[in-house]
Write a protein that binds this ligand. Sequence first.
Ligand code: SF4
Length: 354
Amino acid sequence: MKKNIITNGLLKWYDLNKRDLPWRKSTDPYKIWLSEVILQQTRVDQGLPYFLSFVEKYPTVFHLAKAHIDEVLRAWQGLGYYSRARNMHKCAKIVVAQFDGIFPENKHELIKLPGIGAYTAAAIASLAYGKQEAVVDGNVIRLITRLYGIEADISDKKTINEIQRIVDKLISKTDPHLFNQAIMEFGALHCTPKNPSCSNCDFLGLCVAQINNQLAKIPFKSSKTKKRLRFFTYLVINIHGRYLMRKRDSKDIWQGLFEFYLIETNSELDFDQLPFPKNIIQSPTKWKVNNESKLYKHLLSHQTLLCRFIEIEMNQDFDFKSTDWDGYKLYSKMEIEQLPKSILTDRYLGEKIN
Ligand code: SF4
């Protein structure tokens, strides 16, 4: 009984309250996949312009697969979590090379593709192909734990499996795609993390967390992992109006994006204590500090970065062919504008290099 009330209630609510979003007008698996990748860890209002510009730039998976990764990263700039863009590009290439540009219909095949997890696979299978695959995202987790009074830790895989079993039973047999949209939209707009709209909720009489006054405790997530604190000093080496940059190959963050010479330290050091490249230390008369930026605080999901940029102007020719400078090249301001960069570097450039 509870199942029918919830399933029908969600479908009815969705019909009356759904937002008009462009990816909902399409059953094209490419567009659905694109929207799901963009919207992971991103708000709809932030992701929407990116979705529209990606569809315009790369109307099909063939266009995306053909694009250079630097261009894709540049288009992604500002969305963060750049591994999503790199995986998206890899995935597009595989879909073209192995599936003739047609995304598989089956969740188990989809999940093998780069960047596609259980949630995205279920979303593509149901929204594009009408398969009966229930989605479990953050909104669904919140709604189901509240409705069923699940007090267990949602960082525990067992809890997520339990939620998956519940939604697998709830999903509409006739309209699985609408049900998935409805349950996510209800969580996003109605059963919100703070101040859910309980007073006008169709499930008021059967929502266990509401009845037992447990909304402050459910969903429960055990204490989050402590964020790692990192100190970045970028040397912005200016040689006659052009700047030394290279593509970051480090696998931790911002892989594939362009950056200035980076000195990472365990604490915030004074200028004189920084481990500068040898040929800068050895030729103190060849350069001067033009500008030292403010300290930028940049928050990522598992780390906090404290970053500053020191612009150093070389007044003579500077040999950057030594091993300290492997991979570095000189770029003009116009060229830098076109390079994929972290949003932090972009902010600095917008503020400092005129
Ligand atoms: S009664 Fe409140 S907590 Fe329960 S489902 Fe409705 S909005 Fe969410």
